[in-house]
Design a protein around this ligand. Structure first.
Ligand code: CTP
Length: 430
C-alpha cells in the first residue's frame, strides 16, 4: 500500500505531542506524499513552523489572514487535501469541530473540509474524561470522523494514564488505510481473541501470564477499519476498547472457549491472539490458602486447546499465533499443522524491545501452503494490517487437514505431554 502522490493536510494544535508530529510528517514525506501543515497559535508555542518546513512540508499556514496559502479563497487547502490529519488534537479543537466553530486557521480549514478526517487526541487524562469532551468525540465519530488513540502511557505530567497521542507510525498506518478506502472485509464477521486468561486458585490469587492484549486489540481495530463487524473476546487487560468493536470480556480459559464458540457461529475469520493459560488449578479453594510450612504443591489441570477443539462453528479462515523462544519457525509449522490452521503468526517475546507489553513486535507470518513473510520491528497496529492483508489473500486451494488418529504431534518433550494429562505439579520454593 502506498500514499505516493496523495495530498495530506496535517493540522497541529497546541500540545506537547506536537514534537511527534515531526516524525509523522517525515513518514508521509518518505512515502512521497505532498504535505501541507496548518498550525494553531497554541501549537506555535511548542514548535516552530520552520521545523516542519525543514522536514519537508511544502507549505505551512499559521493565520487565516495570511494571503499566500489560500490564493483567493481562505479555505482553498481543504479542496486540495485527500485527508486531514490532526495530530495532536486538543480538547479545544475537538470542541470546535463538533460545534461548527471556525475562529482560527485550523478549525476554519477543518470545518470547510468535506473529505476524511483523522484525529489523534492528546491531552491531560482529566480533560479527556470530561463529559463534554467525550460527548464531542462521540458526536464527531457519529459523523464519520476517524479517531486514533489516545494511548495509555506517561503523559507530560509524568503520570501514567490515558491521553497520550498515538505513535506516529500508528497514525500514519491508519491514515494510509483511510486514504486507500480499504473495505475488503465489509459484510464479514471477524472474531478476535486477546489478552491473557486468569485461572483462579483462591479468592485472592490466580495463575496468568504477561500478555498485554495489545496485538489482539490492534487486530480488532484494524479489522474494523477494513470494514468488518468485529467481536473481540478479551481476557483481563488495561486497554480501551477499539471504537466500533463489540467487546466480550472473560476471565478464564473455559469462559473464553465458551464465548469464542458463540461468537464464531457464522463468522468468517478467527484471529486467536489470546495467550490462553494452558493449565488451571485442579481445584479452587473457597478460602484464602494460608501459609503453612516451607513449600506448597499445586496440582494443575490442562485447559482445553480452544483452537484445536473448534468444531461446528469453525469460521472460514482460522488464524493462530505462536509464542516461541526457540526454533520459532519449525515450532510454528508444527502448530499450524497440529491445530489445522489456515495461517499462523509467530513471534519470540524474549527478543528485546518487542513482544509482551511493547507497542512493537517482529513477526513471521506462515500461511498454509503459502509464502512465509518475515517482518521488521514495527508498531503492532501496522503488523495488524499486514496480518489482515495476508489473511484476506489466503487462498483455500488446500483443504484443512483432518487429524489422523495417532499422528505424530509437535516438538513437545514427551515427558511434558505425559505429565500434562494427569495434571502438572508445581512446587513453591521457600
Ligand atoms: N491456544 C488455544 N488454547 C489453548 C492454548 C493456546 O486456542 N489452551 C491458541 C493460542 O491462542 C494461539 C495458539 O493456540 O493462537 C498457540 O498458542 P501457544 O501459547 O503458542 O502454544 P500452545 O498451543 O499453548 O503450546 P505451547 O505452550 O506448548 O507452546
Amino acid at each position: 500500500m502506498s500514499v505516493k502522490g496523495k495530498n495530506i493536510l496535517l493540522g497541529i494544535s497546541g500540545g506537547i505531542g506536537s514534537f511527534k508530529a515531526c516524525e509523522l510528517l517525515r513518514l508521509f514525506v518518505k512515502a512521497e506524499a505532498h504535505v501541507r501543515v496548518v498550525m494553531t497559535e497554541a501549537a506555535q508555542h511548542f514548535i516552530t513552523p520552520l521545523t516542519f518546513q525543514s522536514l519537508g512540508a511544502e507549505e505551512v499556514s499559521l493565520d487565516v489572514f495570511d494571503p499566500k496559502p489560500y490564493s483567493l479563497e481562505h479555505v482553498a487547502w481543504s479542496d486540495w487535501a485527500n485527508i486531514l490529519v490532526i495530530a495532536p488534537c486538543t480538547a479545544n479543537v475537538i470542541g470546535k469541530l463538533a460545534n461548527g466553530i471556525a475562529d482560527e486557521v485550523l478549525s476554519t480549514q477543518a470545518i470547510a473540509y468535506a473529505g476524511p478526517i483523522l484525529i489523534a487526541p492528546a491531552m491531560n487524562v482529566k480533560m479527556y474524561n470530561n463529559k463534554a469532551v467525550q460527548r464531542n468525540i462521540t458526536y464527531l465519530k457519529s459523523t464519520g470522523v476517524h479517531f486514533i488513540g489516545p494511548e495509555t502511557g506517561a503523559l507530560a505530567s509524568l503520570i501514567t494514564a490515558s491521553g497520550r497521542m498515538s505513535e506516529p507510525g500508528t497514525i500514519f498506518a491508519r491514515a494510509r488505510q483511510i486514504l486507500l478506502g480499504r473495505n475488503d472485509l465489509k459484510g464479514q464477521h471477524v472474531v478476535v481473541s486477546a489478552g491473557p486468561t486468569r485461572e483462579p486458585l483462591d479468592p485472592v490469587r490466580y495463575i496468568s501470564n504477561y500478555s498485554s492484549g495489545k496485538m489482539g486489540y490492534a487486530l480488532a481495530d484494524a479489522a474494523s477499519a477494513f470494514g468488518a463487524e468485529v467481536t473481540l473476546v478479551s481476557g483481563p487487560v488495561e486497554l480501551a476498547p477499539p471504537p466500533g468493536v463489540n467487546v466480550v470480556r472473560v476471565e478464564t480459559a473455559l469462559q473464553m472457549q465458551d464465548e469464542i464458540d458463540k461468537a464464531c457461529a457464522g463468522a468468517d475469520y478467527l484471529f486467536m491472539a489470546a495467550a490462553v493459560a494452558d493449565f488451571r488449578p485442579a481445584s479452587y479453594q473457597k478460602q484464602k490458602i494460608k501459609r503453612s510450612g516451607e513449600s506448597l504443591n499445586l496440582t494443575l489441570q490442562a485447559n482445553p486447546d480452544i483452537l484445536k477443539s473448534l468444531q461446528k462453528n469453525r469460521p472460514r479462515k482460522v488464524i493462530g499465533f505462536a509464542l516461541e523462544v526457540e526454533n520459532l519457525e519449525a515450532r510454528a509449522h508444527d502448530k499450524l499443522r497440529d491445530k489445522r490452521l489456515d495461517m499462523i503468526v509467530a513471534n519470540n517475546p524474549s527478543e528485546e524491545g518487542i513482544g509482551f507489553g511493547s507497542d512493537f513486535n517482529r513477526i513471521t507470518i506462515i500461511p498454509r501452503g503459502g509464502k512465509t513473510v518475515r517482518t521488521e520491528r514495527l508498531p503492532k497496529y501496522e503488523l495488524a494490517i499486514k496480518i489482515i492483508e495476508e489473511a484476506i489473500n489466503l487462498s483455500h486451494a488446500q483443504p484443512v487437514p483432518q487429524i489422523q488418529p495417532g499422528a505424530p504431534g509437535r516438538h513437545v518433550p514427551q515427558i511434558q505431554r505425559g505429565r500434562a494429562r494427569g495434571g502438572r505439579t508445581y512446587k513453591r520454593r521457600p
